[in-house]
Design a protein around this ligand. Structure first.
Ligand SMILES: [Zn+2]
Length: 105
């Protein structure tokens, strides 16, 4: 059986980084808007993109949690569609991959 200890470490470090990013975004999102109307519009625009970054980070955290759960249960690295092992190369570039090269669309 393959040992995914280093993968687990990488995933956990990445998860921490994302969680830190989300909490700093939350602080910006809670900051009051500028008094000036034009600045308010700019503020709202940047809040919009921050929200997008936050959504992407949350999505990645979900994928990481899923991968960590699969490591714990011993199903990590196995394609959820065909049940074949996912190549080492693919797991290195996409550690949260659920499907093999053939099954990913
Ligand atoms: Zn597959």
């Amino acid at each position: 059986m393959t040992n995914f200890e280093s993968t687990e470490k990488i995933l956990k470090a990445r998860r921490q980084e994302l969680a830190a990013r989300i909490s700093s975004i939350d602080i910006s999102l809670q900051a009051p808007l500028s008094a000036d109307f034009e600045e308010q519009a700019a503020d709202l625009e940047s809040l919009d993109s921050l929200g997008g970054i936050e959504a992407a980070a949350l999505k990645e955290i979900t994928a990481i949690d899923r991968a960590l759960g699969r490591i714990a249960s011993g199903t990590y690295g196995i394609c959820i569609d065909c049940g074949e092992p996912i190549s080492q190369k693919r797991l290195e570039s996409v550690p949260t991959a659920l499907r093999c090269e053939k099954c990913k669309v």
